[in-house]
Design a protein around this ligand. Structure first.
Ligand code: G3P
Ligand code: CA
Length: 375
């Protein structure tokens, strides 16, 4: 629970009307960051007892932005594999993003492309079908014989614990493996499952049923996302009917319309989307501070994709801006870099006596706001 959440925001809510409220809240959050920074410098020696203030983050909840490992850790190991998942967990990711789609016989497998040749050795084992290597033309049994070789199979100091760590996993196998890795590493990494196909209510139901059957049935364990607006709408409806609270996120790009409203993919306003979707997964180039603030005002967290920094310095340069703006999640090929960048923003626990000057500063600021409101 942050200082802002405890003191400033409720008080502001009481004295300031929307929409000025949101603007003032953001202003007060920034002011309190400054107050916290100064106070922290003096407060450390005062007590060993600590209260935590997540004062650095303008995310929807005030928590640190989530690190979402995009297809695992493809900067280091072949994408959408058990090995990539395990390395991401080991590197400290909060979520693993995987693409899922059905095989010819209707089993959901973890695979990004609609075809098999970029990421696997399919061309060495099978002749083309229907002029190519569509996932939808191969059975699970056939796909199980393939090896994912899109990126490396080696990462220094890391040996995958799973058997066949570079085979195309079924979605069910992927979830079970993640459960195993969480047990091994003492983590609670969740799954962001992308419904990687056009409108397909049958596969949507399978994805949801698989999540539930494998224990990924709460908002801290699973998020669904899709570029297909129809899939997002359908999955959100199915989850609501089933009484499940798993969030569904719309993938796409945002832009400001001529009417001053933000639109997703030029199709739907943020407010329209917020009537059924729970989050936004947006291409980073389309994200602005104003967009994040507008989404937050509607209760929608914003996740940004895809960060592929060449090194740690580049990671800081690329991610700092969106963190400052209040991004809720960073989708990246390099989970280790994102973990380091977010950690650099973390505020260490503030000893309890330090809370006093913080509260006084907050009350003073509220007095100013109230006076301005009366004026
Ligand atoms: O999660 C965002 C990202 O996965 C969307 O792009 O093409 O990598 O699935 P793509
Ligand atoms: Ca994806």
């Amino acid at each position: 629970m942050s200082f802002q959440t405890l003191v400033i925001l409720p008080a502001l809510t009481a004295v300031v009307e929307t929409p000025r409220r949101a603007q003032l809240q953001r202003y007060m959050m920034k002011l309190s960051h400054a107050v916290l920074g100064v106070t922290f410098a003096f407060a450390l020696p005062l007590s060993a007892e600590a209260a935590t203030f997540d004062a650095r983050f303008d995310t929807l909840t005030g928590a640190a932005p989530a690190v979402i490992a995009h297809r695992g850790a493809p900067a280091y190991l072949s994408e959408n594999t058990l090995a990539g998942t395990e390395l991401s967990v080991r590197q400290g990711a909060d979520w693993i993003e995987n693409d899922v789609q059905p095989t010819k016989d209707g089993v959901l497998v973890v695979m990004h492309d609609g075809t098999l040749e970029r990421t696997t050795n399919v061309e060495t084992l099978f002749a083309p079908r229907n002029g190519g290597y569509n996932v939808a033309d191969f059975t699970l049994e056939e796909i199980r014989t393939l090896t994912v070789d899109s990126q490396s199979h080696d990462y220094p100091g890391f040996t995958p614990s799973s058997e066949n760590p570079f085979r195309v996993p079924t979605f069910a196998e992927q979830l079970d493996a993640l459960t195993e890795y969480n047990a091994t590493y003492g983590t609670n990494v969740g799954i962001v499952a992308e419904l990687k196909y056009g409108y397909d209510p049958v596969s949507n139901q399978k994805a949801i049923d698989t999540l539930i059957a494998h224990g990924y049935d709460t908002p801290d364990k699973a998020i669904l996302q899709s570029f297909s607006h129809e899939n997002v709408h359908d999955a959100a409806g199915k989850l609501a009917e089933m009484g499940l609270t798993l969030p569904v996120s719309q993938l796409g790009g945002a832009a400001l319309g001529l009417d001053g409203q933000f639109y997703i993919d030029g199709k739907i306003t943020l407010a329209g989307l917020a009537t059924y979707a729970d989050a936004l997964s947006l291409t980073s180039g389309s994200i602005t501070e104003e967009l994040i603030a507008a989404a937050h005002d509607l209760g929608l967290p914003v996740y940004a994709w895809t960060f592929r920094p060449a090194d740690l310095n580049t990671a800081f340069a690329q991610m700092a801006q969106v963190i400052e703006w209040g991004i809720d999640g960073i989708i990246t090929d390099n989970p280790d870099y994102a973990v380091a960048v977010v950690a650099s923003y973390e505020v260490a626990p503030v000893p309890l006596p330090a809370a006093l000057p913080l509260v006084l500063a907050g009350i003073g600021a509220l007095g100013l706001v109230a006076r301005r409101k009366r004026a």
